[in-house]
Write a protein that binds this ligand. Structure first.
Ligand code: AMP
Ligand code: MN
Ligand code: MN
Ligand code: MN
Length: 276
């Protein structure tokens, strides 16, 4: 069977609710799945509250995806099996998501100064129930209003690091995220190393206390995958992988089950008894 350890819900910038995502994962025949929303465990909490977790027909691994500070590079760190009720984690996530509100309104102000007719209300309407407002939401508004044919083009022109509407995240160092995930009982994993764009930096992060590397990822080619598998082996890291499914028709993979990993990798992250 197949597994997927990286996907998003409406709690961050995904299209499906946690229930819909679990249903879609079951339909796709997945055995292990991890929900890894940006800076929030709200989707996991929601599954706990609705009694959909634990689930008999699919093994759910609670997760999260953090963004680390770097002047040039995008460094994302996944945390698997964190205790979502751990006080210091809850406090930090509140600070981070609150900072996302200030950041999104600063980005909208920058866009307005650049002459784009976008409002905070439009972004918030599109973001719906999300508590983790991101550049994805802003990008989608820019596409919806006809400024760009795709979100990628909106990023390239305005939203990416170094572009005129970019505003940095709440400042969190790799080390801080790694320590927080571990303190919450979880396993920190460096997400999509290819997207960091600098393998020397990836190797330094591999030696920063991180415990896993996301070797399998849709934008890794075979050579990338082999290189990161060798790196994981060299630094004694767990191997992870997932689709980074967001549920939008313009972003590959558009369906669950199209990009999966073998269960032998996923089962190492699974903990049958969760604190409820
Ligand atoms: P943020 O968390 O606000 O920094 O926004 C980052 C999110 O935007 C990522 O999680 C992706 O979902 C999305 N994203 C980043 N770069 C691109 C891109 N080039 N094209 C489309 N979506 C992107
Ligand atoms: Mn995203
Ligand atoms: Mn990411
Ligand atoms: Mn992701």
């Amino acid at each position: 069977m197949a597994s997927d350890l990286h996907m998003h819900t409406t709690y961050s910038d995904g299209r499906l609710t946690p229930e819909e995502l679990v249903a879609a994962a079951k339909d796709a025949g997945l055995r292990y799945m991890a929900i890894t929303d940006h800076d929030t465990v709200g989707g996991i909490g929601h599954l706990y509250e609705t009694g959909m977790y634990p689930c008999k027909s699919i093994r759910i691994i609670p997760g999260i995806e953090f963004s680390a500070h770097h002047p040039l590079r995008e460094i994302h760190i996944l945390g698997y099996n964190i205790d979502i009720f751990y006080g210091p984690l809850v406090d930090k996530l509140n600070d981070i998501t609150e900072a996302r509100w200030t950041r999104f309104s600063e980005m909208v102000a920058k866009l307005q100064q650049l002459g784009y007719d976008v409002s905070e209300t439009e972004v918030l309407t599109l973001a719906g129930a999300s508590k983790s407002i991101s550049r994805s939401h802003i990008g989608r508004v820019l596409v919806k209003k006809g400024y760009f044919p795709s979100i990628r083009e909106a990023f390239d022109a305005l939203l990416a690091k170094g572009q005129p509407a970019y505003v940095p995240h709440y400042r969190l160092e790799v080390r801080e995220i790694v320590d927080l995930v571990k303190a919450a009982g979880g396993t920190p994993v460096l997400a999509h190393p290819k997207l960091v764009g600098d393998d020397a930096l990836v190797e330094r992060i591999c030696q920063s206390g991180i415990e896993g590397l996301e070797c399998f990822y849709p934008r890794h080619n075979e050579e990338d995958t082999q290189r990161y598998l060798a790196m994981a082996d060299r630094y004694g890291l767990l191997v992870s992988g997932g689709s980074d499914y967001h549920g939008f028709p313009t972003r590959y993979p558009t369906e669950l089950g199209v990009f999966t990993i073998e269960d032998q990798w996923a089962e190492k992250f699974y903990r049958p008894v969760q604190k409820l």
